[in-house]
Ligand binder design. Structure first.
Ligand code: LLP
Length: 474
């Protein structure tokens, strides 16, 4: 198979299209003597044979280690400036009962943003006092449930929510701890940040109103204002945007802190990971240190105590630990202007990974079932959905002999893949399997066609449809 495509080619041709870039694949991922990909001690081909494809695979030890590493990095950075820090795991990246337990055991608190995520966290035994509840349009029911459950903090996202949460807390006879989400005007992504007076997005209240609304929150006996919050974006590689945003928030924080104690500052999440070997996020301890330093310097300049810090990390905790396994179905050379593009179609797609279609995200892929001496060829990995935009990996070099039946692994799919998955084209969602020390267990059962048909009440015998069960039960 020869493949030539016109510019722009954004990926560099690797010397070896079998190589696993160290920062991209789960820690310890390697090939065994037969060239098969091994993750968490488990052979990817055996996982595919046992559970079917597509399949999400999570390296449990990798997630746990990363959670511990992140917490330790922020703990050290906070201690160095004489404060402490709460590290939340942002459940939107991927939430399940097992993940809640891994995070809790690593000492992380849990950040949720819907009643559904709250229900998972509570059902998995998370301490309600260590749950933060987000959302720019929480329903009355969600607010009541959160208050009744005793969640540690509710992040107020709008002026309207102040009275809503105050009333719900008063009705429940509670004092609810809250944060106020502020739009700092800083938006960051990967290498750059943009700092403006106003940012055009739906979250939070304008920075210019933080003091007024913070003061209003304090006027309610049923609310306890813990501090300000902001979240500046996602997949950010360096500290500059966080530091700028912290500085902006601290001006309002200081005004509020001069009136009454304001213990905390929450700087959200957004730390990036490497999806390809070209991505080079700063190490987490370096980021934590630079952010904490800037908070300390700014606090000193403003004459206020260094606040306790909080962060909410999703992708940086779980992104790298996940891979997705697919089976190659077709390999199709497509003549295009100036060359040929090779489409490698797999048995999943935008229903299990929407990020390429949604954000133009880049991914790395490798043939997982074997190695090959064939030269690297530039391909596009496409899904099986009825959409030309159904691309899993826009550009990747695979061995030129990639063929139907090969098992393909896509790296760094631990965050925002399962959680953004859909049933598009009546596709059942794949199972999620955790691997550890060579053992594999299903942590989220895959859907079956029977699951999908059972909810269609227009069918004659919606619960009587026979379909194979995908993914063993836990
Ligand atoms: N805190 C808040 C308030 C957030 O809105 C988010 C993510 C996080 C924390 C966690 O961000 P992380 O550390 O995972 O970057 N679906 C997109 C990302 C959306 C992020 C939304 N908010 C993607 O797949 O790239």
């Amino acid at each position: 198979m020869a493949s030539t495509v016109p510019d722009p080619v954004t990926r560099r041709a690797p010397a070896d299209a079998n190589a696993l870039a160290a920062a991209v694949w789960p820690q310890g991922a390697h090939r065994d003597a037969d060239g098969r990909l091994v993750v968490g001690g488990a052979d990817a081909s055996a996982l595919a044979a046992r559970f079917g494809t597509p399949l999400y695979v999570v390296d449990e030890a990798g997630v746990r280690a990363r959670a511990v590493e992140a917490k330790a990095a922020f703990d050290r950075a906070a201690a160095a400036v004489g404060t402490d820090v709460t590290v939340y795991y942002a459940g939107k990246a991927f939430l399940s009962g097992a993940v809640v337990r891994w995070m809790t055991e690593a000492g992380l608190a849990i950040d949720v943003c819907t009643g559904g995520e709250l229900a998972v966290a509570l059902a998995a035994g998370a301490d309600p006092a260590r749950i933060g509840f987000h959302g720019n349009n929480k329903s009355a029911d969600e607010i009541e449930r959160a208050v009744a459950a005793g969640v540690g903090t509710i992040i107020l996202d709008s002026e309207a929510e102040i009275a809503r949460v105050a009333d719900a807390a008063a009705n429940a006879g509670r004092v609810q701890r809250v944060r106020l989400r502020v739009n700092s005007g800083v938006h960051a992504s990967t290498h750059e940040f943009l700092a403006t007076a106003h940012e055009d997005q739906k979250f939070g209240v304008p920075l210019g109103r933080a003091v007024e609304l913070g003061t209003r929150i304090r006027s309610y006996a049923s609310l306890d204002l813990l501090g300000l919050h902001c979240h500046i974006g996602s997949q950010i590689f360096d500290a500059a945007g966080f530091a700028e945003s912290a500085e902006r928030l601290l001006a309002a924080h200081a005004e509020l802190a001069r009136i009454a104690p304001l213990p905390e500052l929450n700087l959200g999440g957004g730390l990036g990971i490497a999806y390809t070997e070209d991505d080079d996020p700063a190490p987490i301890d370096e980021l934590a240190e630079r952010i904490a330093q800037r908070v300390a310097e700014t606090s000193a300049a403003l004459g206020v105590p260094v606040p306790k810090l909080a962060f909410e990390l999703g992708r940086a905790i779980i992104g790298r630990a996940g891979i997705t396994l697919y089976t190659v179905g077709t390999v199709k050379p497509v003549p295009i202007d100036g060359g040929v593009r090779t489409y490698v179609s797999v048995d999943g797609g935008m229903s299990d990974n929407a990020r390429t279609a949604l954000y133009g995200a880049a991914y790395s892929a490798r043939v997982a079932s074997r190695t090959s001496d064939a030269p690297p060829a530039l391909v596009r990995v496409a899904g099986r959905h009825c959409e030309s935009g159904d691309i899993v990996v826009d550009q990747e070099y695979l061995p030129a002999d990639v063929a139907p039946g090969d098992l393909l692994a896509v790296a760094a799919t631990g965050a925002y893949c399962w959680s953004l998955s859909s049933n598009y084209n009546h596709t059942p969602r794949p199972a999620v399997v955790a691997v550890r020390d060579g053992d594999a267990r299903v942590i989220v059962r895959g859907e079956t066609e029977a699951d999908l048909l059972a909810r269609d009440l227009g069918l004659e015998a919606s619960d009587a449809v026979a379909a194979p069960v995908r993914g063993e039960t836990a």
